[in-house]
Design a protein around this ligand. Structure first.
Ligand SMILES: [Zn+2]
Length: 280
């Protein structure tokens, strides 16, 4: 097999050392890119000489080592390098590169958040055999945090429930409902609770649809479909500004291509008959 795909690893494989390494450098949700003929590229470590960074190895892309780091301080002025929101690069970077960038962001953030033990305060060290850190004092182990969240298409006859978030003050975009899973809760119970809390609707016949890692918030979005079971829409006005039932030929502004929210809405618009799509 050609070494094209992104392969997560915890230590570099010996064949990677002969090629320049990629540097995935993050500042919040932005990533550093090199512009080359209008196409964004991931810089190599040699593009940023002398920058003091704590880098973490996280895998191999096109047979090259991938390192991630968080920028702490300014970036050297260089016209070909710029910071861009990671989400804006969806569809502009090759899929494998985008996947590596999302993975790298989560690893870099986790690495930065766990330099010291949350239990005893001593330095943490990388575990040699898995993506985890172990405390040099009390041996506490921490793994990268993934927060499960549910996202659901609620259908009533030939209509879908879509809502507009209070977070998007100027946007008229509507999407399916979503929310984080609470401690001790099943995914199905979370679907029922979130729909009830956000719009006061009861649902039944909850079915798994697919899942998507959501790198921007270290979430794992778990998609479901559900049927309306009762109630009248009453937005909570805290998270949801307005909500309604929409037919496939009368959809409002909806999320862009690439999100599981869009996959759920497309599935509904296609009649909900096609095989449920798997994870991306
Ligand atoms: Zn400790």
């Amino acid at each position: 097999m050609l070494p094209m795909a992104f392969t997560p690893r915890i230590t570099p494989n010996s064949s990677e050392s002969t090629l320049p390494s990629f540097l995935f450098l993050f500042s919040g949700s932005d990533i550093l890119i090199r512009r080359s003929d209008a196409h964004p590229e991931i810089p190599i470590t040699a593009d940023l000489p002398g920058l003091a960074l704590r880098t973490v190895y996280f895998g191999s892309l096109h047979g090259r080592s991938c390192y991630a780091a968080e920028l702490n301080g300014g970036l050297p002025a260089c016209p070909s390098l710029s910071m861009v929101g990671l989400r804006q690069l969806y569809g502009r970077l090759p899929d494998q590169t985008y996947q590596a960038a999302g993975y790298g962001r989560q690893v870099a953030q986790w690495d930065g958040d766990h330099q010291y033990c949350g239990r005893c305060g001593r330095p943490m060290q990388n575990k040699a055999d898995e993506r985890a850190k172990i405390c040099s004092g009390c041996a506490a182990v921490v793994f990268p945090r993934i927060s499960p969240a549910v996202i659901m298409a609620v259908l009533r006859d030939n209509r879908i429930l879509l809502a507009r978030s209070t977070r998007f003050k100027k946007s008229r975009m509507f999407s399916v409902l979503a929310g984080y899973v609470e401690v001790g809760e099943t995914l199905e119970a979370c679907v029922r609770r979130e729909v009830k809390e956000e719009v006061d609707i009861d649902v039944r016949n909850i079915r798994y649809f697919g899942s998507q890692p959501w790198h921007y918030s270290s979430a794992l979005m778990v998609g479901f479909t559900a049927e309306y079971a009762g109630g009248e829409i009453a937005p909570d006005l805290t998270e949801i500004a307005e909500a309604g039932w929409f037919t496939a030929d009368d959809l409002p502004d909806i999320p862009g291509w690439g999100s599981i929210a869009r996959q759920l809405i497309d599935w509904f618009a296609e009649g909900g008959r096609n095989k449920r799509k798997g994870s991306r």
